[in-house]
Design a protein. Structure first.
Lengths: 482, 403
């Protein structure tokens, strides 16, 4: 006969040590006396297990099951787990799939009970705020204390959940089977505790919570059985809101009867027809209003310093739409001020378009980038992002009312047409009206940043001349139309 | 929290409780870290249950119950004499954080009556979510109700901060909507669902954050003349066309300050329950709307038995099925066997030939299943085809306790 002494509660380390010895000696489950704590042995001298047996390789689900089941209160848990492990090492590696096997089934029930207990502790534990005059965080610092009575030995197993969720708070969880203390840096596991007195004293939030609980209850659907199935009575003592339950159930039928019997009341107020009619006019009525909205909105992809708004006179004959602000535009808050913008200015001048008379904007209003050291590298917007910003662009153009919209590069063309445009192949005039996105005479050309990326040489110079020729043609279209 | 805030909390929680949605699941795992607060675990947590059997997972409140709309079924319609209140953005933020730190909630479910304009209202909702996330590092769950009449950009901004967006369809047919909710527009509601659905898909492909836990909706049952068939057809369309995560059914409940357009009567709770069961059959059990509806009469589900049993009783030629050889799809159609039990059966029968006591360990619904199942030691014989099978399977009415 072998005797294994394990600590009270969930002694995972002790069980693992013992299991290694038992497997090494190939001990039959019936040959082991698992005793918790320091109970005297009934079997006289028991044989010793080796202390340095090698680890037992187990399938991952079996390991997870052991970690869970050792938390159960059932005194037979260690013996059952030993039987399971013995079958695994003897070849039944997939034993846990055998759901109908009596041993597997019994262990599954234990596992389920522990997991339910964990879940209920995560759910039903309530922190109370206490002001601690002697706190290391300073007098009167925020501190939280909870008292909970779990069914099983799960206190340590719940720690990761509470640490993760309340990492920035100082708290203690006290239970009859152990305690946890978190000081925002480290976790201390302490001994069993006694129920503290007066925890919910002076906590207005506890009062608020009870008010909320009462108000969110619908008396027309009273169903205490369903409530108790999920929140059995044993938890009520530690739930401040549960004190209200009996009165809520008692008064429910009368409240419903009153609702059913009450005559439909005549409305006290006149219908606010004007206000209802005003709702239809909620869209921004001016470019300035639209710009206020854009400036206040958050970038779809976090990072940009600010939204870069369009620039130029309302009523401009030509609107020029680029892709998105770059690094310099993002900092200065103005479109086309970086290297590509300077190249655009030069080309506009050569094409005979006065930059200040044109309306310049971007399809996407925020700079998107990846940080590489000190540099912020431009990232093209995705189709989804272009679509997200399109609503603003279309509104913007509807205020500016240009006679011609010139798109620079593929992104701007996508924004105006809703399809991917091959800029080099399709450059030139294009009606943007057939797409249902907006009714504009359009002109597709390249983005100046494309010209900047071309290696210096004849090809680059030709590309620049083509760009200027495009702009000149756009100008002629507008003048011809005017 | 002063008395005035406590009072507002009472009013605005009461005003929000007719929304059935409570889920806090589906968000990616995340934590607030040392400077923020909170976490989401993927699965939701119900922090309490009220005596109506419903769970309390999120702080479910309205920003305000003032409303310009006049929807007959709604307690907050403008012609109702209910008490009104309004939270500031900061009050909602402080309430959410205060309850969250006490471990009362998983997060916030925020909706609102429509004040000033849909855009103004939507912007206030969005500001609450943004303040929680950006100024307080709040990593808990946020569910925002979207106002369908609001501008698209606002709804998209809301999607940056919320885990879930939802728009309530409220009534299954456009005709009922027109009759009971004159300011609402069924077309606009579906257009926004389409927009949100599209954005969610795009963001997923482009690995951006946008309402990661999807969108859901709610339909009120029993307020209008819609049949279960038409409700389920609507749900089916919503699941397929807009990729909704959940459709909630809310049995129309008598409300204080009721409108004379609706008869006051107790809520059809059993009908709501059957619709949820049918909804599950649609999503997880491979049933079609037509099959489910055929289990009942005249487009209404059988209130006395669950819709799977109703279907089985009308399709007895498909039974009994052999638990040791039937495919998964057919096992899912056996009354009493849930999807999880079926998965366990399929795994377990690779190891052994299942007997009835084995099945009993895998499923808690054996009482209903045994008339439809063959196991190694069990054959229902003529039981499957008995005329009184329905009576045998329906629990006898509970006896009254007499003192």
């Amino acid at each position: 006969m072998y005797r294994v002494d394990l600590k009270d509660g969930a002694d995972l380390a002790g069980f693992r040590r013992a299991l290694r010895g038992l497997v090494a000696l190939d001990v039959e489950p019936d040959e082991v006396n698992w005793s918790g704590g320091n109970a005297p042995s009934l079997f006289g001298d028991a044989a010793l297990l080796p202390v340095d047996a090698p680890p037992v390789p187990l399938p991952r689900p079996v390991g997870a099951l052991i970690e869970s089941v050792v938390c159960h209160r059932d005194p037979e848990r260690y013996a059952l787990l030993h039987r399971l492990v013995r079958r695994v090492v003897r070849g039944e590696r997939g034993i846990l799939d055998h759901h109908a096997d009596p041993l597997v089934h019994r262990l599954a029930l234990l596992d389920k009970a522990v997991r339910r207990d964990l879940h209920k502790m995560h759910a039903f534990l309530r922190f109370h705020e206490v002001r601690d005059p002697a706190s290391s965080e300073g007098p009167g610092a925020e501190r939280y204390v909870a008292w909970f009575e779990p069914d099983h030995f799960i206190v340590e197993a719940t720690a990761p959940f509470f640490v993760e969720r309340f990492e920035s708070l100082v708290w203690s969880i006290l239970t009859p089977v152990g305690s946890l203390h978190w000081d925002r840096r480290s976790l201390t596991v302490g001994p069993a505790a006694l129920r503290p007195e007066g925890l919910d004293r002076d906590d207005r939030f506890a009062e608020g919570w009870q008010r909320y609980y009462e108000s969110t209850f619908n008396p027309a659907r009273v169903n205490p059985t369903a409530m108790r199935a999920e929140m059995p009575r044993k938890y009520w003592a530690n739930l401040p809101e549960a004190a209200a339950i009996p009165a809520m159930i008692r008064s429910a039928p009368a409240r419903v009867q009153a609702m059913i019997e009450a005559e439909a009341a005549a409305p006290r107020r006149r219908n606010p027809d004007k206000a209802v009619a005003a709702m239809a006019r909620q869209e921004p009525a001016t470019l300035a209003e639209l710009n206020r909205i854009i400036r206040g909105a958050d970038p779809l992809v976090p990072g940009a310093t600010q939204a870069v708004l369009g620039e130029g006179p309302e009523g401009a004959a030509i609107a020029i739409v680029g892709e998105q602000p770059g690094d310099q535009e993002d900092v200065e808050g103005r479109p086309f001020v970086g290297p590509a913008g300077q190249l655009l200015s030069r080309a506009l001048e050569e094409a005979g378009i006065e930059r200040s008379a044109a309306y310049l904007t971007n399809a996407v209003k925020h700079f998107k980038f990846v940080a590489r050291g000190k540099r912020r590298l431009h990232q093209s917007p995705t189709a989804g992002e272009v679509k997200h910003y399109r609503w603003w662009l279309m509104k913007e153009l509807s205020f500016v009312r240009p006679r011609l919209v010139v798109t620079l590069g593929a992104t701007a063309a996508l924004a105006l047409t809703g399809r991917s445009v091959s800029v080099l192949r399709e450059r030139g005039p294009m009606g943007f009206g057939q797409t249902g996105l907006g009714d504009w005479d359009g002109f597709v050309t390249v983005h100046p940043s494309y010209l900047l990326r071309l290696p210096a040489g004849e090809a680059a110079e030709q590309a620049y001349r083509d760009f200027v020729a495009d702009l000149r043609r756009a100008r002629e279209m507008v003048e011809g139309a005017g | 929290m002063d008395d005035a805030l406590l009072d507002k909390l009472g009013i605005l929680a009461d005003a929000a409780k007719y929304d059935a949605s409570c889920a806090s699941s589906g968000a990616k795992r995340r934590t607030g870290g040392p400077d923020g607060i909170g976490s989401t675990t993927g699965a939701g947590i119900c922090h309490a249950y009220t005596p109506d059997g419903r769970c309390v997972s999120l702080l479910k409140i309205l920003l305000t119950n003032y409303c310009l709309f006049d929807c007959a079924y709604c307690i907050n319609r403008r012609s109702s004499n209910v008490r009104r209140a309004r939270f500031s953005v900061d009050e909602v933020v402080q309430l959410t954080l205060g309850f969250y730190k006490r471990n009362c909630i998983e997060g916030l479910f925020l909706s609102s009556g429509i004040i000033r304009s849909p855009d103004y209202t939507m912007e206030q909702l969005m500001l609450v979510a943004r303040t929680l996330r950006r100024d307080h590092g709040f990593a808990g769950y946020i569910h925002l109700k979207t106002i369908p009449e609001a501008s698209p950009w606002l709804i998209e901004q809301a999607g940056l901060w919320a885990d879930r967006l939802s728009i309530n369809l409220e009534l299954a047919s456009d005709r009922s909507l027109k009759e009971f909710a004159p300011e609402k527009d069924g077309g606009a509601i579906k257009a926004v669902m389409g927009q949100v659905g599209e954005r969610i898909l795009e963001a997923k492909e482009e690995k951006r954050r946008f309402s990661p836990a999807g969108q859901s909706t709610q339909m009120i049952v029993g307020a209008d003349a819609s049949t279960d068939l038409s409700v389920l057809e609507t749900s089916d369309t919503l699941y397929r066309r807009y990729g909704l995560r959940r459709v909630y059914y809310s049995a129309f409940s008598p409300i204080p300050e009721a409108s004379s357009a609706l008869p006051a009567k107790p809520p059809p709770l059993q009908r709501e329950n059957r619709l949820y069961q049918a909804d599950w059959l649609l999503r997880y059990y491979g049933f079609t709307v037509e099959e489910i509806a055929a289990g009942g009469e005249g487009g209404m589900l059988d209130l006395g038995i669950d819709p799977k049993l109703a279907w089985a009783l009308k399709n007895r030629e498909r039974f009994p099925v052999d638990v040791n050889s039937a495919d998964r799809e057919m096992l899912l159609r056996v009354p009493g066997l849930g999807a999880r039990a079926v998965d366990k059966i399929v795994e377990a029968r690779r190891h052994t030939t299942l007997r009835l006591e084995d099945v009993a360990r895998l499923s808690s619904g054996l009482k209903r299943a045994r008339a439809f199942l063959i196991a190694a030691d069990h054959h229902p014989g003529g039981l499957t085809d008995r005329a009184d099978l329905r009576q045998r399977l329906v629990a006898p009415p509970k006896q009254l306790s007499l003192f």
